[in-house]
Design a protein around this ligand. Structure first.
Ligand SMILES: Nc1ncnc2c1ncn2[C@@H]1O[C@H](COP(=O)(O)OP(=O)(O)OP(=O)(O)O)[C@@H](O)[C@H]1O
Length: 227
């Protein structure tokens, strides 16, 4: 297993948010992390990256226990995170944002520009002046420039115009076809499910269901994801 999350529990101060989350991502697999609002998806991602380290349970990447590793170290070990809210350096140009993150590997500036031609067109522009969709592309491009073993996308298409969402999904499908291992959170099932090999559903901070995307029946969707 590339990523192996076992029985993690996480807290915000005294308040417990995760009560036992299990999930795994195999090499080349795309796993959808799902659940209604507030069920713990972002907290799970923050726990995996040790931004809010789990107090109980283990997270392993390629067999290595990530316990005690600082978030930047986790990034260096191969987890590329595209966080909720697409954080780029606002006062750096597109180009500077991309090269600041670069580590050797098959993902180069050229390849990222090929994936997102809009970034190439705007390479000299300040990140803060980009549209929301372009900032999201930049956030994904930055994560790819680290040449991650695992790409984590937290709500990468949230709040974007439909056309731009399509561009982002197209890129995600290309990354998946290219063999990248991906953990993805997104609310739009119609776009998420075709990309996902497997789904893990959280309910109240626990893994409540996991299985192949094709096994996620409308009944299960109503039970765990319906509003
Ligand atoms: N900074 C915080 N301080 C305290 N509690 C928090 C904090 N962030 C999240 N929580 C709580 O942790 C629980 C899980 O939240 P989390 O954001 O992980 O859910 P989510 O599944 O990502 O939801 P959403 O889809 O709304 O982003 C919720 O009960 C939430 O209120």
């Amino acid at each position: 297993m590339l990523l192996d999350v076992s029985k993690i529990e996480a807290f915000y101060g005294a308040s417990q948010a995760l009560f036992g989350v299990d999930l795994s991502v195999a090499e080349g697999e795309a796993v959808a992390l799902m659940g209604r609002n507030g069920m713990g998806k972002t907290t799970t991602i923050r726990a995996i990256c040790n931004m809010n380290p789990p107090r109980i349970g283990t997270v392993r990447l390629g067999g290595m226990d990530l316990r005690g590793k600082r978030p930047h170290h986790v990034a260096r070990l191969g987890i590329g995170l595209v966080p909720e809210g697409r954080r780029c350096f606002p006062n750096l140009t597109v180009h500077e944002n991309l090269v600041a993150a670069a580590r050797p590997g098959k993902w180069t500036l050229e390849r990222v520009n090929g994936l997102f031609p809009r970034l190439q067109e705007r390479h000299a522009q300040m990140a803060r002046s980009l549209s929301g969709g372009e900032q999201q592309m930049l956030a994904i491009g930055r994560a790819l420039m680290t040449n991650p073993r695992l790409l984590i996308l937290d709500e990468a298409t949230e709040g974007l115009a439909p056309v731009v969402r399509q561009d982002i999904w197209k890129a995600i499908r290309r990354l998946k076809a290219d063999g990248l291992s991906i953990l993805v959170v997104d609310k739009t099932l119609s776009e998420l499910l075709p990309v996902a090999d497997r789904c893990v559903i959280l309910e109240n901070g626990r893994s409540a269901w996991s299985g192949k995307a094709a096994e996620l029946t409308t009944e299960l969707q109503d039970r765990y994801l319906g509003v």
